[in-house]
Design a protein around this ligand. Structure first.
Ligand code: PEP
Ligand code: MN
Length: 334
């Protein structure tokens, strides 16, 4: 249930109302926007008399939220969420460019890619250390050593780092990681999501291979229900009957999610297409669709990459896209 207050309600009255709601066994999420204060009630709100709340002089309106996701719901929090990551921001017009290799392979590799993507305008560095591979015989990532190398690259460039977690037991290793990625294959690993909900880390939650947007939002809700509201959603393509591309990029997810949620939305054209030459057109289309950021795989030598070489761009190709991103952003400004 959400309660929209009239403008200018004194703090004391606001606190009394919050206490009254809490006495009825629900928790209250306060969203103070520029024009409106919205109280989002989470928990079992069936016992709360909506008509009584609506009759209070300080209340403008009361709505019951029909969607099963509450904290992630835009009705609950009308303004776009802005998440600060290191010295950058994402959301509400702050655009994030997350770039780097699929996997960390060596110190030279990650440092070279990190320096180059930074010079081209990347705002965060990605790199997998724990890799979820379809085959157990494929390279599984450098694991803890890979995280150490990412931290070196962070120190050298100042770029915040984004890397995937596969097991909640590994959380202590992720202490200095800025953004923890939950990969497509773990989107519904609810025990992992619950553990991440107890942290204050920013979580980049990727859409599962065959999951609906509602399921994606319910997974975000798992994290948020634990108290961690720093969630970024990522559309990375879904499985369809098409086989020319690795997945099918569901670009309509961007404006649809924009309506449904206040959380920042990132698009990953690399995993969505699986083909390096398709990354640029889909990245630019994602910007035009209103994404808050892009995640792009960049490798210093894609032909020799241990993972996802076919979809990885060279630093030079990334540089070219990066410049075009700004032009598309300018073009769609109102
Ligand atoms: C990745 O980002 O390298 C990755 C494994 O992505 P996804 O979970 O989207 O397949
Ligand atoms: Mn990859």
């Amino acid at each position: 249930m959400i309660t929209v207050l009239k403008p200018g309600v004194p703090e004391e009255q606001l606190n009394k109302l919050i206490d009254w709601f809490e006495e009825q066994g629900v928790s209250v999420h306060v969203s103070k926007g520029e024009f409106q204060t919205v109280l989002g009630l989470v928990g079992d709100t069936r016992g709360i008399d909506g008509d009584l709340v609506a009759s209070l002089s300080m209340v403008e309106s009361v709505k019951r939220i029909s969607e099963p996701f509450k904290s992630a719901n835009r009705k609950f929090h009308p303004e776009d969420t802005v998440i600060e990551v290191g010295n950058t921001k994402i959301g509400a017009g702050n655009f994030a460019i997350i770039a780097g290799p699929c996997s960390v392979e060596s110190e030279e590799q990650i440092l070279e890619v990190a320096n180059k993507v930074k010079a081209s305008g990347a705002t965060m560095l990605r790199g997998g250390a724990f890799k979820p591979r379809t085959s157990p015989y494929d390279f599984q990532g450098m694991k803890a050593e890979g995280l150490e190398l990412l931290l070196k690259a962070k120190k050298a460039t100042g770029l915040p780092i984004v890397t995937e977690i596969m097991n909640a037991n590994h959380l202590p290793l992720f202490e200095d990681v800025d953004v923890i990625q939950v990969g497509a294959r773990n989107m519904q690993n609810f025990e992992l999501l619950k553990e991440l909900g107890k942290t204050n880390k920013t979580i980049l939650l990727k859409r599962g291979l065959a999951n609906t947007l509602k399921e994606l939002l319910m997974s975000a809700e798992y994290i948020m229900a634990g108290g961690n509201e720093n969630v970024i959603l990522c559309e990375r393509g879904i499985r369809t009957f098409e086989t020319y591309t690795r997945n099918t990029l569901d670009l309509s997810a961007v404006p649809m999610l924009r309506e449904l949620t206040h959380l920042p939305i990132v698009v990953d054209p690399s995993h969505a297409t699986g083909i390096a030459r398709l990354v640029e057109p889909m990245a630019l289309a994602a910007v035009a669709a209103g994404a808050d950021g892009l995640m792009i795989e960049v490798h210093n030598n894609p032909q020799k990459a241990l993972c996802d070489g076919a979809q990885s761009l060279t630093p030079e190709q990334f540089d070219k896209i990066s410049k075009k991103i700004n032009r598309v952003m300018e073009a769609i400004k109102e």
